[in-house]
Ligand binder design. Structure first.
Ligand code: SF4
Ligand SMILES: [Zn+2]
Length: 371
């Protein structure tokens, strides 16, 4: 975790607020709700912590999206029924889960169900408490071995997890948390996610007490950072998590999607997603310095229009394939070697003063441009 910042707290707080306000303003609220059916259903295979490769069904239900959608890069809540009057009815949430769990002819077998809602499963505003527990009962009765949900850590509290895990019975629970960065300035101001170190560490303890597996997501190159700073941020974040005993970490190189602060910065020429070789460098350093293997999310998502981390046409696909292979094997020889397109990369420390000054200047440019 970062050393105490030298920035006067008021200006940092103002910057945090103005970035968060812009994030919210850019969200697309819809007057007409999308139908209450999952917006995404997919089947694939994943490796469990015990090494077994098993089938997974991944479903994103239509809810009301994230109730604290301040993050500068996150497009997900825009794809859901954000701010639709009335939101998702409890019954429609249950109905989507019931339908999800009906095994139909021709459907691939699966042991893992990833049930996402484009927000925090345990936020009562998004999924009411009793509905959370009812969903656990439905999953428990459906022959699923493992349930994966995502949540901000402040909603992962002891009474909530206790009731949920009890209702799940023998189904193992995994909770994904998008910590994004262990650095307070990067996480709370640049990413602008509402996660405090205290609530994160408390959630980890609750999960450990109830036998819940944490999966922690870290960003590679949050908005306002350079590629060189991003590598440092990832290495420091993995170091922090390793110190807390976390083993399940996944890197998310930033993709730039519409209606986000990241998109506006990119449009203004103030930000680019990380180069793929920067992601490779981050993975390599984590492996070499900390002896920790991190997986990377699949960079070929096609669910909606985005600008993805890239390299040159000759190497890009091979680099992505190699990183996915490395996530499976942990063999450093699986990481790609080099390409003529690889840009020079100067890995630099996180200088909070310089970073916040740059972020404030970027925000001023957007403001002048009428964003
Ligand atoms: S990253 Fe998570 S907390 Fe942040 S806006 Fe997206 S869904 Fe909400
Ligand atoms: Zn190349």
């Amino acid at each position: 975790m970062s050393r105490h910042t030298q920035i006067p707290p008021v200006s940092l707080r103002e910057l945090r607020r103005s970035i968060g306000d812009l994030s919210l303003r850019l969200r697309t609220s819809r007057t007409l709700g999308r139908p209450a059916v999952p917006r995404f259903v997919d089947f694939d295979s994943i490796r469990l912590p015990d090494g077994r490769l098993v089938g997974r069904k991944k479903v994103i239900i239509m809810s009301g999206g994230c109730s604290v959608p301040t993050c500068t890069m996150c497009p997900f809540t825009n794809e859901n029924n954000y701010q639709v009057a009335g939101g998702a009815s409890p019954e429609s949430l249950l109905e989507q889960v019931r339908r999800t769990l009906v095994r139909t002819d021709g459907e691939p077998a699966y042991e893992v169900l990833s049930l996402y809602n484009d927000g925090s499963f345990f936020a009562p505003k998004e999924i009411p408490r009793d509905i959370q527990v009812e969903i656990a009962r439905l999953v428990a009765g459906a022959g699923v071995g493992r349930l994966v949900v995502e949540s901000l850590p402040q909603f992962v509290t002891e009474p909530v997890v206790a009731r949920f895990v009890e209702a799940l019975g023998d189904v193992r629970l995994e909770i994904g948390i998008g910590l994004q960065s262990a650095d307070d300035v990067v996480r709370e101001t640049l990413v602008n996610t509402r996660i405090s170190r205290v609530s994160f560490e408390r959630a980890l303890k609750v999960m450990a007490a109830f036998g819940v597996d944490p999966k922690i997501y870290l960003m590679v190159k949050p908005p306002f950072l350079s590629d060189g700073e991003a590598v440092t941020d990832v290495v420091q974040s993995v170091d922090y998590l390793t110190g807390l005993g976390v083993t399940g970490m996944t890197l998310c190189p930033t993709r730039v999607s519409r209606n986000t602060v990241a998109w506006e910065l990119w449009q203004a020429g103030l930000y680019m997603p990380p180069n793929l070789w920067t992601v490779v460098e981050a993975i390599r350093r984590v492996h070499e310095r900390l002896a920790v293997r991190v997986a990377c999310v699949n960079l070929r998502g096609t669910d909606f229009e985005s600008v993805f981390p890239d390299a040159c046409p000759k190497c890009a696909d091979a680099v992505v394939d190699a990183m996915m292979r490395f996530g499976e094997t942990g063999e450093v020889s699986d990481l790609p070697e080099d390409c003529v397109c690889r840009p020079p990369l100067e890995v630099v420390p996180l200088d909070h003063e310089a970073i916040t000054a740059r972020a404030a200047a970027s925000m001023a440019v957007l403001e002048r441009a009428g964003v």
